[in-house]
Design a protein around this ligand. Structure first.
Ligand SMILES: CCCC/C=C/CC(=O)SCCNC(=O)CCNC(=O)[C@H](O)C(C)(C)COP(=O)(O)OP(=O)(O)OC[C@H]1O[C@@H](n2cnc3c(N)ncnc32)[C@H](O)[C@@H]1OP(=O)(O)O
Length: 280
């Protein structure tokens, strides 16, 4: 339905012209002219790890969609096996202090924008989705995942602690008890387990099927007046967004303290090595 042959795919506005095919282009936005639904595709090879640039481009794309009153948004990945590997560990390993500060502030902004967007949002999870990838997925209103992948907040397994707003998002998605188990274990759910626990809503057989299912979910809102829809959504979500908005600086300082701790640095170094060794 979104293929270039069957449908005119247009960029949303002049603001989105930046998503042309340049080498720093990590986000592609295409809009279905008929339905007004946008597909936002992360395309930072190889694993869509969230570095400052990808985070910033995602935030800009989502804000532009908000300004242009899009009808719905489907977040997905250009990769065949990874939705997003979460935060780019290289941003946190031996960091430049100014950049790592911007990195964290931008991540906070991205989460507040996605979690609080007025349009219906769906994650079409077409690959693994650990940590920050799981956060992005959970921040959408609906999740559709392909089989044989994993999703979850695995931070404790890395010896780090998921920030309070990651925790709140998981608690709001699967409930206190299941979130407590998942977070303390750093558990990565398979697609089937994620469906059982309510971390995802549907399983799709292919990316095309996931997009079709996402369109169907968003289509349900065609008959619902947008304002009551958004107010209802925000009644549920705004408390956690406001909490972060008010404590942004505190949250940043806590992150900087952890990231600059030599023990964290050693842990990240070992983790990076282990990722590389998996290939050998
Ligand atoms: C300090 C407080 C912060 C608290 C919050 C943290 C939230 C986070 O998001 S932390 C990041 C947690 N992410 C992960 O644990 C995922 C790690 N990656 C993987 O498990 C796998 O890469 C994958 C399952 C996502 C994909 O596996 P696949 O076999 O397809 O690819 P790989 O060969 O493993 O990776 C390719 C390439 O990419 C590098 N890489 C992978 N993940 C990351 C990452 N998150 N950051 C930076 N780089 C990453 C990996 O090392 C490979 O690099 P080389 O090709 O150079 O070997």
């Amino acid at each position: 339905m979104y293929s270039r042959t069957m449908l005119k795919v247009r960029t949303l506005s002049n603001n989105l012209k930046m998503y042309g095919s340049t080498s720093s282009n990590f986000v592609n936005v295409s809009v279905n002219d008929k339905s007004g639904v946008a597909i936002v595709t992360m395309q930072r090879e190889p694993v869509n790890s969230l570095n400052l640039e990808l985070i910033t481009q995602l935030k800009t794309a989502l804000s532009d969609l908000e300004r242009n009153k899009c009808r719905g948004m489907i977040l997905t990945s250009a990769s065949k096996s990874v939705f997003s590997a979460g935060l780019d560990i290289m941003e946190m390993y031996k960091p430049n202090q100014e950049r790592v500060r911007n990195f964290w502030l931008s991540l906070q902004d991205l989460w507040m924008t996605l979690y609080g967007c007025s349009y219906p949002s769906v994650a079409a999870i077409n690959g693994h989705s650990p940590a920050g990838g799981c956060l992005l997925s959970m921040s959408c209103e609906y999740r559709i995942m392909l089989p044989n992948f994993t999703i979850g907040l695995n931070e404790t397994k890395l010896g780090i602690i998921a920030p309070s707003w990651f925790v709140a998002t998981m608690k709001n998605t699967i409930g206190f008890r299941k979130a407590e188990m998942a977070l303390t274990l750093g558990f990565l759910f398979t697609t089937e387990e994620a469906l059982k626990v309510g971390l995802i809503d549907e399983v799709a057989s292919s990316k095309e099927d996931a997009i079709a299912k996402a369109d169907k979910f968003i289509g349900q809102f065609a008959k619902i007046p947008p304002q009551p829809r958004t107010i209802s959504k925000l009644m549920l979500r705004s408390k956690d967004i406001e909490t972060l908005r008010k404590t942004k600086e505190q949250d940043l300082q806590a992150f900087l303290q952890v990231v600059n701790d030599p023990k964290t640095q050693k842990g990240l170094e070992l983790y990076l090595e282990s990722l590389k060794q998996r290939k050998a």
